[in-house]
Design a protein around this ligand. Structure first.
Ligand code: C2E
Ligand code: MG
Ligand code: MG
Ligand code: MG
Length: 279
């Protein structure tokens, strides 16, 4: 009985494995086609100045407009893009479009101070061409370097802090700003941080979501803010979903925030409208 049952579950397992391998391969094939056909779009989520409610900047977030599946979210294709290296052409396309778009907004909306954040994956950071790619996009678009922030996670940097420091210095040398994304989830030491040319910490959503619920989240956020302030960094709270979380962040002296409460990521046109709208 147990033997046949085990056999049975084994068969089910194999079928699932097979299905998974097929769909992974299928996604990879479709992703290659998507790169050729340029099926990607950029959505923008405002980063808000919490005391005034004004849009301070945008974070650019990639979306895949799949011909049959509709809008595909990053979590469903970025891991495969990263593994296959397709993240490089996708990232290049993001970089070009975002620089062009924000340069246009700065002129058209009359907000020359508006900036944009772009996520940089492990592969993008380490592939050896990032500094040149960024420099070229800035040059071609006419966007001033300090209007472009690059978001990098602790994990990517801690891969090789010494080399990362050199790369970050080169990017900073161009004039770009550097933000640590999902801060608090990695293992960067205070010592490592203060030796890096960083401009802001983005406090991970997991801490923000605990504000008002779990007292430890409050203590953690307070500590991160204190540390950031001591290093002269800006602080951005991620994933603000309710007014209580926003009030908490403000009270803890975290002055920038982003999250569904303020706005979901939206396509370029509605994003531009958010800048002119009063909060
Ligand atoms: P991230 O950089 O930490 O971006 C924040 C993610 O949280 C976004 O998910 C955003 O839509 C979501 N988010 C914002 N506010 C809230 C909120 O209030 N509640 C909740 N539950 N979620 C919120 P998204 O767009 O699915 O992106 C996921 C991740 O994919 C990003 O995390 C980033 O690591 C990566 N990613 C997105 N776009 C790009 C890109 O163009 N290039 C690269 N290399 N990575 C990207
Ligand atoms: Mg990010
Ligand atoms: Mg993040
Ligand atoms: Mg993330």
């Amino acid at each position: 009985w147990s033997k046949s049952r085990r056999k049975g579950s084994h068969a089910v397992f194999d079928v699932t494995m097979h299905a998974r391998a097929v769909s992974r391969l299928q996604i990879e094939t479709e992703l290659r086609r998507a790169v050729e056909r340029d099926e990607f779009e950029v959505h923008y989520q405002p980063i808000v100045d919490l005391p005034t409610g004004k849009v301070h900047a945008f974070e650019a977030l990639v979306r895949w407009r799949h011909p049959e599946r509709g809008l595909v979210q990053p979590d469903d294709f970025l891991p495969i893009a990263e593994e296959t290296g397709l993240i490089l052409p996708i990232g290049q396309r993001m970089l070009d479009e975002v620089c062009r778009r924000v340069a246009a907004w700065q002129r058209d909306i009359g907000r020359p101070d508006l900036s944009v954040s772009l996520n940089i994956s492990n592969r993008q950071f380490w592939h050896g061409g990032l500094v040149d790619d960024v420099a070229r996009s800035l040059h071609d678009s006419g966007l001033t370097a300090r209007s472009l922030s690059l978001e990098i996670t602790e994990g990517v940097i801690m891969h090789n802090v010494g080399l990362a420091r050199k790369l970050l210095k080169d990017l900073h040398g161009l004039g770009c700003r550097l933000h640590i994304d999902d801060f608090g989830t990695g293992y960067s030491s205070l010592e490592a941080l203060h030796r890096l040319p960083i401009d802001a910490l983005k406090i991970d959503r997991s801490f923000v979501s605990g504000l008002g619920v779990d007292p430890r989240s409050g203590e953690l956020v307070r500590t991160i803010v204190l540390m950031g302030r001591n290093l002269g960094l800006d602080l951005i709270g991620e994933g603000i979903e309710n007014a209580e979380q926003r009030e908490h962040l403000l009270r803890l002296d975290c002055t920038y925030g982003q999250g569904y409460l303020l706005s979901r990521p939206v396509p370029a046109e509605p994003a531009a409208a958010l800048v002119t709208r009063r909060h």
